[in-house]
Design a protein around this ligand. Structure first.
Ligand SMILES: Cc1cc2nc3c(=O)[nH]c(=O)nc-3n(C[C@H](O)[C@H](O)[C@H](O)COP(=O)(O)OP(=O)(O)OC[C@H]3O[C@@H](n4cnc5c(N)ncnc54)[C@H](O)[C@@H]3O)c2cc1C
Length: 265
């Protein structure tokens, strides 16, 4: 298996931008839009194009960024003194609107709570993001990369994979067929999305008591995949690994499955 996904840039570029606005778009998603002159050079692949997001340690603090050499950045990141090191997490390009002066990039951040408290540094940042505040992001390309002969698609994600699945459904040719399972925390997160007519989009809103990812996993366990198809399964780690196992057992070669654990419950 290749060490790096084919669609990951060999010389990933680090961009800086600032927050333009933030808006609650559904019960579980906060959309942060970032902008800046450097974004004109961003080459958006569509599909699940993702990046490493860097945020200042605290609101108003300066943003220090690692040096990037080829694909290496982690060592340089760790060399930044702990008190100045930016927060880093992985996010997906939910949408990109290129413009010579004022390109905009949307990030759809899942809001998750621990009791009454908003959880996670990025969710907290997203809700309180102040226009003009700095961010950095390191381009990582896309993971969705079906074989050319793939005849049918099986897509599954929890809420963290929804921005990616939206992009993939927009990217698929109109002739594509298959099924997309989209698990979300709340019925209010179900929204219109563009998809080829032959792809059956099944929303799976969670009801109380379900561990995230388990509804999508149960749906995948009922699928009879076309052995010449292609599957893409992302989200909570149990969904990603369990989904791959179920599809493999049902006859889909592992070379035709892309899976990734985005977070751990
Ligand atoms: C390629 C890729 C693309 C991704 N794209 C997106 C995206 O577009 N939008 C998005 O919202 N997420 C996305 N994620 C998932 C995101 O990176 C994780 O949810 C990450 O943990 C959030 O970072 P954090 O720093 O806020 O929280 P962390 O510091 O990582 O975690 C803090 C606590 O929150 C918990 N937690 C983290 N995420 C969730 C969650 N979703 N629900 C409940 N509890 C959670 C953790 O288990 C931990 O206990 C993506 C992940 C990958 C690998």
């Amino acid at each position: 298996m290749a060490r790096y996904p084919r669609l990951m840039p060999t010389e990933p570029r680090l961009f800086t931008a600032t927050v333009a606005r933030t808006e609650r778009v559904s019960p579980s998603f906060q959309r942060v839009t970032i902008t800046g002159g450097e974004l004109a050079a961003f080459e958006w692949l569509g599909r699940d194009h993702w990046f490493r997001l860097f945020l200042p340690q605290a609101p108003g603090a300066p943003l220090r960024l690692p040096k990037v050499k080829g694909r290496s950045w982690w060592r340089s990141y760790l060399m930044i003194p702990a008190g100045e090191r930016p927060h880093c997490s992985n996010y997906t390009v939910a949408d990109f609107r290129p413009d010579a002066d004022a390109s905009e990039l949307d990030i759809d951040v899942v809001l998750h709570w621990h009791g009454d408290e908003l959880g996670g540094a990025v969710a907290t940042w997203a809700v309180g993001a102040v226009p003009g505040s700095p961010v950095g992001f390191l381009d990582q390309g896309a993971m969705f990369d079906p074989p050319e002969d793939a005849s049918e698609f099986c897509l599954a994600a929890d809420e963290t994979g929804l921005p990616g699945l939206r992009g993939i459904l927009r990217h698929l040719p109109e002739s594509a067929t298959g099924t997309a399972f989209l698990e979300v925390p709340d019925g209010g997160d179900v929204t219109e999305l563009a998809a080829p007519a032959g792809v059956d989009v099944r929303w799976l809103p969670r009801t109380n008591g379900h561990t995230p990812g388990q509804l999508a996993l149960a749906a995948l366990q009922e699928v009879s995949p076309d052995p010449d198809g292609y599957a893409f399964v992302v989200g909570e780690s149990g969904l990603a690994t369990g989904g791959r196992r179920a599809l493999k057992k049902a006859g889909l070669p592992t070379s035709r499955i892309t899976f990734s654990g985005f977070w751990r419950a």
